[in-house]
Ligand binder design. Structure first.
Ligand SMILES: Nc1ncnc2c1ncn2[C@@H]1O[C@H](COP(=O)(O)OP(=O)(O)OP(=O)(O)O)[C@@H](O)[C@H]1O
Length: 323
């Protein structure tokens, strides 16, 4: 009687554990903490497991934790979306990846802190985004090659976040073929107009939770129903071998940057398929439709989480677009 009650309670809380994310040293600590907080633990054995585990757990579990990096969180959210259970499931972030960018944005400071926040933290319901039939939480970046993505080092990711893939793509392919793209952004609720951009791009970066301003990435407002689009136009002289060069390319004064805010957009390749990285997971396609799903994902957040990071000294995006 009591036994069956406790096992029912346990399946209310499921933790999906990626044992190979980051340095892989988190496993024992996560297992101990998760067990102590009543989680049933599902450890992945291969790529694809995290999505499957989350999809299977979502109909019954109220709380699903993703222990890993941004890729593991992405997989878990995709699994819950596939089960149509985003509205009824809270997703907790247990940072055990390389960069843990998303965890930092919501002020989750470490493994123990993640469990403190699960028990006592505020819940916020944030935007997620779809790219064709997949979901992403942080960012979608076009123009990264799968080869460069898989070769990007842990150190580089820890230092540069998603821009490490950009840098590595330049380094591995040398002479970079620009992408002939057409990018159509829809009108938004704050006077953003529908616009089309057509040309040769080096990269196109779409942030839901992430803003691409310089080599260091900053948090975007993740409750505003908008995506932040950054198109890096082809500039023949660009030579991206250092973090400083990246800073210049993405910096606010760069002349090769087009910025937009929009609730949805379509990116069409005028030639071959383009490779996109969704929170670090690859997708190859000719046409990509992206859309925000406003206030869709409920997450426990740390005390320092700011829904609107622009309240403060950060520069306003619209004025810099100047189109
Ligand atoms: N047991 C496993 N064996 C091999 N690969 C796995 C396993 N479990 C998950 N993966 C792969 O791990 C990747 C996700 O890693 P994740 O992004 O969470 O960590 P990370 O790369 O160290 O951190 P970050 O994305 O924060 O930089 C996915 O591509 C997934 O396919």
């Amino acid at each position: 009687m009591h036994c069956s009650m406790s096992s029912d309670e346990a399946s209310d809380r499921v933790l999906v554990l990626n044992p190979v994310s980051g340095s892989g040293e988190h496993v024992d600590d996560v297992v101990e903490l998760a067990g102590g907080h009543g989680f049933e633990i599902r450890k992945t054995e291969e790529a694809g497991d995290a999505t499957r585990f989350a999809r299977d757990a979502a109909p019954d579990a109220n709380l699903i934790a993703a222990a890993g990096g941004d890729g593991t969180l992405n997989a878990v959210v995709n699994g819950i979306a596939a089960a149509n259970a985003l509205e009824t499931t809270t997703v907790a972030v247990v940072p055990a990846g390389t960069g843990n960018n998303f965890a930092a944005n919501i002020d989750i400071r470490g493994l123990e802190h993640a469990f403190t926040v699960i028990e006592d933290g505020r819940r916020r319901t944030i935007d997620i985004a779809t790219a064709n039939d997949r979901v992403f939480v942080n960012s979608c970046v076009g123009g990264i090659t799968a080869e460069a993505s898989s070769e990007t080092t842990t150190e580089s990711k820890a230092e540069l976040g998603v821009l490490a893939y950009v840098k590595n793509t330049f380094e591995t392919v040398g002479e970079f073929d620009s992408l002939p793209l057409r990018v159509e952004t829809a009108a938004g609720p704050n006077g953003e107009t529908a616009q089309a951009w057509e040309g040769e791009a080096l990269f196109v970066l779409i942030g839901n939770c992430r803003r691409f301003t310089g080599a260091r990435t900053a948090q975007a407002n993740v409750e505003d129903g908008l995506l932040e689009v950054t198109i890096v136009e082809d500039a023949a002289t660009t030579n991206l071998v250092s973090g400083a060069a990246l800073e210049g390319l993405f910096g606010r004064d760069s002349t090769h940057i087009v910025r937009r805010r929009t609730p949805s957009l379509a990116i069409e390749s005028r030639e071959d398929s383009v490779e996109y990285s969704l929170d670090g997971e690859m997708l190859k396609t000719e046409t990509l439709h992206l859309e925000t799903k406003s206030e869709t994902l409920t997450i426990p957040v740390g005390d320092g989480y700011q829904p609107d990071p622009d309240e403060g000294e950060l520069w306003p995006l619209e004025t810099s677009a100047g189109q």
